[in-house]
Design a protein around this ligand. Structure first.
Ligand SMILES: [Zn+2]
Ligand SMILES: [Zn+2]
Length: 268
């Protein structure tokens, strides 16, 4: 067990984690009663190479310290679950995750159908929280980044540009996933293009420019300012007007995704 002021404690740089090569597909997950929302997320996480690698090496905490979590640490629970999926040769039942759902988020109730995207965000949050707890316990610097931050955290920039004087106002938001509308998108590129499209603020929506000190016509756009190492895309399938309440059609995507056109221009 690590001492409270272990100055030799080192956070594992993400660059040390090499992509794994799975010799066979990881095993399937058994449904434990309305657990498809969490099974699908666990399946996705098991196929994120650096995350799978960290779990197989028992390094999800990002530090070579024994975790005193005693089965109540979300980092330990997730690591054990993903290891199990990657090693097992027959169906795996995510019993420890389902039995400890409340540790990931108090919002979730066992046996109730929940939202996959919310569960994913809860897992990432809880793993990061408990990894940070161990880092702090081991005496690591407060700003030490966890593997979850290194892999999944990116930043969005929302920019409003005054069309009179060119003045730009930028706001930034840290994100662990992009939630994209697909109601009018046939492909991932379509939805990313819509997400980052320029919106004209005019008429009743005119913008108050700080420099001009009056209401002006302006352009507003969101762009990826710092791309995460692992980009999570959440397709918003909810459609109140459809028969089943969901957009069921296929959304096309290519094997490799170039993000350049959706990123902010460093020149402005
Ligand atoms: Zn732990
Ligand atoms: Zn202006």
């Amino acid at each position: 067990m690590g001492s409270m002021a272990n100055s030799t404690a080192k956070v594992m740089p993400v660059t040390q984690l090499k992509p794994i090569v799975l010799l066979q597909a990881a095993t399937g997950l058994g449904n434990m009663g309305n657990t498809c929302f969490l099974n699908s997320v666990l399946q996705c996480l098991a196929y994120v190479p650096p995350l799978a690698d960290a779990c197989l090496r028992k390094q999800l905490h990002g530090i070579n310290e024994q975790c005193p979590g005693l089965g109540k640490c979300c980092c330990c629970l997730t690591e054990a679950q993903l290891r199990n999926q990657l090693h097992a040769s027959s169906t795996v039942y995510p019993r420890d995750i389902v039995g400890n759902l409340h540790l990931f988020s108090k919002m979730f109730q066992r046996g109730r159908q929940e939202d996959s995207h919310e569960f994913l965000l809860a897992v990432l949050d809880a793993v990061e929280r408990d990894a940070k707890r161990l880092l702090a316990r081991a005496g690591c610097a407060k700003g030490a980044r966890t593997l979850i931050e290194e892999l999944f955290c990116g930043r969005l920039r929302s920019q409003v540009r005054c069309q009179e004087c060119g003045h730009c106002s930028n706001t930034y938001e840290q994100v662990t996933s992009l939630s994209l509308d697909i109601l009018r998108a046939a492909s991932l590129h379509d939805s990313l293009a819509q997400f980052t499209a320029v919106e004209v603020l005019d008429g009743a929506n005119k913008y108050k420019c700080d420099r001009c000190a009056r209401l002006v016509r302006a352009h507003k756009a969101v762009a990826l300012h710092h791309e995460p190492n692992v980009l999570v895309v959440h397709l918003k399938r909810f459609d109140p007007l459809s028969t089943y309440g969901k957009v069921g059609r296929h959304v096309a995507f290519e094997h490799s995704l170039r993000l350049g056109e959706y990123c902010s221009d460093p020149e402005g």
